[in-house]
Design a protein around this ligand. Structure first.
Ligand code: SF4
Length: 355
């Protein structure tokens, strides 16, 4: 079992973030925040896909005014994303945002105390969000570029600033668009502070490259036990971000109560339509909350071995015919076109295994 790094625990309006709690998946709306209806549609869709915390950009006073209704009607805690104007943070906190993400690179140090005081008054959390693209001038001048060391130095100094103000309900991120820099920075930061870490590769790109960069960056850190909440940043749909985030957690066994479908790439030996069956099962099972592993393989080469080691195993036995195993025992022989309904039927009656 993977050991998580011990951290402090923080509370984001009822959602715990830290090593005592499950790793949460976040995304960020990309609607105009002032359009309350459009923003709430995105939030509900994201929550349905499995998002635990939602971030909403607040660039204008009108957006923080809209935030009050958004927070009220959101099914999950809302984090206000603040840059440049500390007053937006104060307004967002007054609008009962669960957390404000502040970027110390573009908010004056003298304004941070007021934000902290408002967060404390409202029982809200803060994220110190350091980003390689908007590092503060003094640190950039010292290092010449946003290296891992520079990003971490900035993050640690801002942690100390909040501690000096007597505030500890915060988490930290040190994102970079460069995967190696991001991994190095988070590893170093996790040795220096005990606050929960929000992981992400910033500006990761379009869906395929962004997914790969995020899986490598976030995945490498999670595999080391580092990270308490994650956001995949894609130039794509926010639902893709949630799905990719969940798949990263799933791949490392860090998402409880989910169905995990493994399948082979198929080849000339395949006796059943693995690609269609596996895709359909993945889709059908995406919202089922059971810790069940399913294997779908095209032939007996690896099919029997995999089938005996998962909860539900399917493999192509002869042309168009599949064998179905349940928890190591042969259960049924069905034609290719009955595999999906058979598996879903078994799944319906199968409980998660005892831990
Ligand atoms: Fe090919 Fe069989 Fe391996 Fe699938 S399990 S890739 S069908 S050899």
């Amino acid at each position: 079992m993977m050991q998580r790094r011990r951290t402090r625990q923080i509370n984001v309006n009822g959602v715990g973030v830290g090593s005592d709690f499950p790793i949460t998946v976040q995304t960020m709306t990309n609607s105009n925040t002032e359009d309350i209806g459009a923003t709430l549609i995105q939030i509900h869709d994201a929550a349905e896909a499995g998002c635990n915390l939602i971030r909403v950009s607040c660039p204008t006073k009108a957006s923080t005014q809209a935030l009050r209704d958004i927070v009220k009607l959101s099914p999950i805690p809302v984090i206000a994303d603040i840059h440049f104007h500390y007053k937006r943070a104060l307004e967002a906190l007054d609008a009962t945002a669960a957390c404000v993400r502040i970027n110390p690179g573009n908010i004056a140090p003298s304004d941070i105390a007021e934000i902290v005081s408002a967060a404390r008054y409202n029982g809200a959390a803060i994220r110190i969000g350091i980003n390689s693209g908007s590092l503060e001038e003094s640190v950039l001048k010292k290092y010449g570029e946003p290296t891992a060391v520079a990003i971490v130095e900035s993050a640690v100094s801002h942690c100390h600033r909040l501690e000096d103000l007597g505030f500890t309900n915060f988490k930290v991120s040190v994102k970079s668009s460069d995967v190696r820099t991001m991994i190095t920075a988070y590893r170093q930061l996790s040795n220096e502070i005990g606050y929960p870490l929000h992981l992400g590769v910033t500006e990761a790109g379009p869906v395929i490259p962004g997914t790969i960069k995020s899986a490598i960056g976030i995945g490498a850190l999670l595999a080391d036990g580092i990270g308490d909440t994650i956001r995949v940043s894609l130039s794509g749909s926010i639902i893709d971000e949630v799905n990719v985030g969940q798949q990263i957690l799933k791949s490392l066994g860090l998402l409880a109560n989910c169905v995990n479908v493994v399948s082979c790439p198929t080849c000339a030996r395949s006796n059943i339509d693995v690609i269609q069956i596996a895709s359909a099962l993945e889709q059908h099972c995406s919202t089922i909350q059971k810790a069940i592993k399913i294997s779908v393989l095209g032939c007996v080469v690896n099919g029997i071995g995999e089938a005996k080691n998962v909860d539900i195993g399917v493999f192509g036995f002869t042309d168009g015919i599949a064998k179905v195993y349940v928890r190591g025992e042969e259960y049924d022989t069905v034609t290719d076109d009955h595999v999906i309904e058979t598996v879903l039927d078994i799944l319906n009656n199968l409980e998660s295994p005892e831990n």
